[in-house]
Design a protein around this ligand. Structure first.
Ligand SMILES: C[S@@+](CC[C@H](N)C(=O)[O-])C[C@H]1O[C@@H](n2cnc3c(N)ncnc32)[C@H](O)[C@@H]1O
Length: 195
């Protein structure tokens, strides 16, 4: 894909996000994934990890109730309970436990601060995904769904294998609304079957 085309596309999604009242361009990634795979069910309860500024939460809240987690603050949204905290920390998980015991989907768009060192950034991304999967294992109902952004690289196949062991259907997906050239991929997992 040429740089020109990428920039035009980014511009398009930015304008569409504004027009449709979404906080972030990233809402469209979730819309595209959800249209295709049906991750979010009407009337469900969802955990959104790495949620700020709230594009995914906003979109998920159209389907049901959302518990949103991020280190960064987030402006309030209807149907969304926000917990400011680190998703890798036990104290944050404890706060989730105080609100829900089981949910229908865990979605994670969490990404590390980009250092420029891809090996390091990729390792951090996998670490966030490992923690997102841990949260999914604790909170997902049987048959629940999981969606997780990951940077492709060395530890990716091993993580993918782990997800495959726990879900009925697993598919790596590169959404059209994705800005990055190719390193960023979404793992779509449906039908939690346990460990
Ligand atoms: C790409 S943004 C998410 C955008 C969001 N999905 C939206 O639609 O508005 C990635 C987020 O991951 C968060 N994040 C990174 N590491 C985290 C961690 N350990 N715990 C919680 N959030 C984290 C960042 O603060 C950042 O807000």
């Amino acid at each position: 894909m040429t740089r020109w085309y990428r920039e035009r596309k980014r511009d398009y999604y930015y304008k569409e996000a504004k027009k449709q009242g979404y906080r972030a361009r990233s809402s469209f990634k979730l819309i595209q994934i959800n249209n295709r795979y049906g991750i979010l069910k009407k009337g469900g309860v969802f955990i959104d990890l790495g949620a700020s500024p709230g594009g995914w939460s906003q979109m998920a809240a159209r389907y049901g109730k959302v518990i949103a987690i991020d280190i960064q603050p987030m402006q309030p949204l209807d149907n969304v309970i926000f917990i400011q905290g680190d998703l890798t920390k036990e104290e944050t998980i404890e706060k989730i436990r105080q609100i829900v015991s089981k949910v229908d989907a865990v979605i994670s768009d969490a990404s590390p601060n980009i250092s420029g060192n891809y090996t390091l950034d990729q390792a951090k991304s996998v670490w966030l995904c490992e923690n997102a999967l841990r949260i999914a294992e604790e909170f997902l109902k049987q048959g629940g769904n999981f969606l997780c952004k990951i940077f492709e690289g060395e530890d990716y196949p091993q993580f993918l294998r782990k997800v495959r062991e726990r879900f009925r259907m697993v598919k790596p997906h590169a959404p059209q609304a994705s800005r990055k050239q190719s390193s960023e991929i979404y793992i779509v997992a449906k039908g939690y079957v346990g460990r």
